[in-house]
Write a protein that binds this ligand. Structure first.
Ligand code: TC6
Length: 682
């Protein structure tokens, strides 16, 4: 079998054109590295005086091939390719378009000039994969743009537009026309080599450098790649380039193996996987252009904003005029703020708003391809609303409920078209949070499922499909986690100790801070509907707090007392008393729980529930659970998610530690066999 190289060279009108074709994004795999070296050597032997390097598939190079990072590298490394380009005696022009990321930018910087299509995206996002640029990026970028900007771009994993890159002199020219034609013309006028590696790092105000370092040092607390990148970028100003490159290569190889890098790679692929529809026979697409959101509360308006941002035509429907006006006001003031803070131009903001229609008239529903109900979380209320939606909506329209717990199957039965009914669980604030749980109910048809996955992708969310089951994936696992944290209050920990331990692990917030923020009354209402029996260990601290009117931050009191405009959370002696009473009632001798113990119990409870969900088929893939926790519940990205965390532990020890949880959980604890988390792939 003859293997065709993904890199081909050919002289066209006197210019040697090197074309890289490795779909989908021209990632630099071993065969690309070999191909590039051989193409540059062929160019040197040719009569052509100048070469253009261009990518096929509408893109230049999206970086090194991330699949290869888990393996030991074979053959030439990317730095060898960079050196061959730099040492080539004749100039090479990089013709940039699409993605010029990571190793793609390093290759481009090794070339003698760069010409970019206006739609090009340029950056060194390696830290988002737990690594650093490993083929000269930390040494070349500061030589061209200075230390402080290089820190911002590399540590912030910033993606620049072609115009921004031109402003920073990273590209020489920006064009709107065909990039190859433009680059060929540009190349004809190039006579000399001109290498970024020979430049000196420009002088700049040390205060600017300190500010940039401070911005990212905080972030670097649990992120070794960021801390290392800062060191290396600074080293560019002190060391000759070859010494800097040696340090960079060593750091890259070390970081590539780090747990952070493995976790971030796992999430990179988990996020791509959840966006794909199930592989089945072809399904007829259902186009979604006009969406009606029912309910103008916080959730409904948040959903409307995220739809407007994605350029859908949106109808916001209410039955109450005052609620509709308030909702409309909330949407307008959101866009006003976007303009005031420079996030949107006035033209962009009014373009979004021009797609909004607020109405009290249910007949408007007939125009919608998708209807999203976002009303009060109560089965009877939702069923009533669905009866009405069914009456007015177009017969082919998809009907979605934004429930967080309730049975979508039951809601669907209120309509005459259960196969078109699905759950779309948005997370608040809906225009910010990237997670979207898609609840595939028993009767939901495949066309509907495919259409809403495509819809979720268009919203730029991670659409994770779950089976209809109480709490779906996220709230079901979160309940187990929060319950375990409540047990720990009775066992001896204070809310601030539990919160601090979990923040220390990397959670965005501890469970009791979250509870106070989202409102204890919401959980209280839900708890009242749940059956309790004698054997179940039920912690009633939250109920007592609610009986005292302590609903959380909104009432300036919950698990904490709030002062300073509700911003400052303080320990409450009253809450401590309530907790101590709860321990006494259960005859528990309170003892100190250290941070590690707290973290372990919280994580074990998540892992146990994750395994149960997988066995019940609620989650399709173990990696989906990680996407849900990272994007919906503040689980630290660099820890990869609860399943990734579990896979890093000794399996037998983990199973026995989870069995140990039973001693805290009472008879209601269901012990899972966690092997499914290790055996399922991904
Ligand atoms: C680096 O360069 C380090 C260098 C140092 C070396 C010493 N590798 O996102 P999409 C796949 S680190 C392998 O759906 P989009 C992706 O998995 C790298 N595969 O498309 C998917 O495959 P699937 C630094 C990659 O148009 C397909 O391409 N670079 C890579 O929404 C389509 O992806 C980055 O971090 C890769 N590098 O966005 C860039 N990139 O169809 C990461 C993508 O089998 N990539 N794939 O699921 C991106 O940001 C985006 O993918 C995009 C395209 C903007 C390139």
């Amino acid at each position: 079998m003859v293997l065709i190289s993904p890199v081909q060279g050919q002289v066209k009108q006197g210019v040697y054109v090197i074309t890289l074709d490795n779909p989908p994004v021209n990632a630099i795999s071993i065969s690309v590295r070999r191909g590039l070296i051989s193409a540059v050597n062929d160019f040197e032997q040719s009569n052509a005086q100048v070469a253009v390097l261009v990518g096929s598939n509408g893109t230049f190079i999206a970086g090194a091939d991330i699949h290869e990072f888990a393996r030991t590298s074979d053959g030439p490394v990317l730095l060898d390719v960079v050196r061959v380009i730099e040492n080539c005696k004749k100039p090479i022009v990089a013709a940039l378009q699409g993605a010029v990321l990571g190793g793609g930018l390093e290759v481009a910087l090794a070339c003698d000039a760069r010409i970019a299509h206006v739609d090009t995206v340029i950056g060194l996002p390696e830290v988002s994969l737990g690594i650093i640029p490993g083929a000269g990026g930390t040494q070349l970028l500061p030589r061209r743009i200075g230390i402080s900007r290089a820190i911002d771009i590399i540590c912030g994993a910033q993606r620049l537009s072609a115009e921004e890159a031109k402003h920073l002199r990273l590209v020489d020219s920006v064009v709107c026309s065909d990039i190859l034609v433009a680059a060929n013309l540009f190349a004809r006028n190039i006579e000399h080599k001109s290498s970024v590696r020979d430049e000196l790092v420009p002088n700049e105000d040390p205060a600017l450098i300190d500010q940039a370092i401070n911005r990212y040092t905080k972030l670097g607390r649990c992120r070794p790649a960021i801390a290392k990148a800062i060191d290396l970028i600074q080293a560019a100003a002190r060391l000759p380039i070859e010494e800097g490159l040696v340090l960079e290569s060593a750091a890259f190889l070390e970081l590539r193996k780090s747990q952070e890098a493995q976790a971030l790679r796992h999430l990179f692929f988990a996020e791509k996987t959840c966006r794909k529809p199930p592989q089945t026979k072809e399904v007829a697409p259902i186009p979604i252009n006009t969406v009606c959101v029912i309910g103008a509360g916080t959730m409904g308006t948040g959903i409307a904003i995220c739809l407007l941002d994605a350029e859908f035509s949106v109808m916001l429907l209410e039955q109450d005029k005052e609620a509709l006006d308030k909702g409309e006001e909330r949407i307008f003031s959101h866009y006003q703020k976007q303009v005031e803070t420079g996030k949107l131009s006035p033209v962009e903001a009014s373009k979004c708003l021009s797609h909004l229609l607020c109405s009290l008239n249910w007949e408007e529903l007939a125009k919608a391809d998708l209807v999203i109900e976002a009303v009060y979380e109560d089965m009877l209320v939702k069923q009533d609303v669905f009866k009405k939606i069914d009456q007015f909506a177009n017969p082919n329209a998809i009907l979605a409920t934004n429930t967080s717990y309730l049975s979508v199957d039951k809601i669907a039965l209120a309509t005459t078209r259960p196969k078109r009914v699905i759950g779309l669980h948005f997370f608040s604030p809906a225009n910010v949070m990237k997670l979207l749980e898609i609840v595939n109910a028993k009767q939901t048809c495949l066309e509907t499922l495919h259409a809403v996955i495509a819809f979720g992708n268009r919203l730029n969310k991670y659409p994770v499909v779950t089976k209809d089951s109480f709490g779906f994936i996220g709230n079901r696992i979160y309940n187990a986690y929060r319950t375990q944290c409540e047990f720990m209050l009775e066992d001896g920990a204070w809310p601030e100790e539990v919160d601090a331990a979990l923040v220390d692990f990397g959670m965005a917030m501890g469970p009791f801070t979250v509870a106070d923020l989202s409102g204890l009354d919401i959980a209280w209402r839900m708890r009242k509907t749940q059956r309790k029996n004698q054997e179940t260990r039920y912690v009633d601290i939250l109920d007592t707090l609610c009986e005292l009117g302590r609903f959380g931050r909104k009432t300036s009191a919950g698990y904490y007392d709030y002062t300073n405009g509700k911003k400052q959370a303080n320990t409450s002696e009253l809450v401590r008393q309530i907790i101590e009473n709860a321990s006494q009632r259960r005859r528990i001798k309170r003892r100190t729980l250290n941070s590690k113990h707290i973290q372990n119990r919280a994580l074990l409870s998540m892992v146990n529930e994750a395994a149960l969900l997988m066995r019940e088929g609620v989650a399709q893939r173990a990696s989906d659970i990680d996407v849900v926790f990272v994007h919906g519940y503040g689980f630290p990205r660099w820890q990869g998610g609860p399943v990734f965390w579990a896979r890093q532990q000794d399996r037998q020890q983990l199973q026995s530690d989870i069995a140990g949880l039973a001693e805290h959980g009472g008879n209601s604890f269901v012990l899972a066999d966690i092997s499914i988390l290790f055996e399922s792939s991904p």
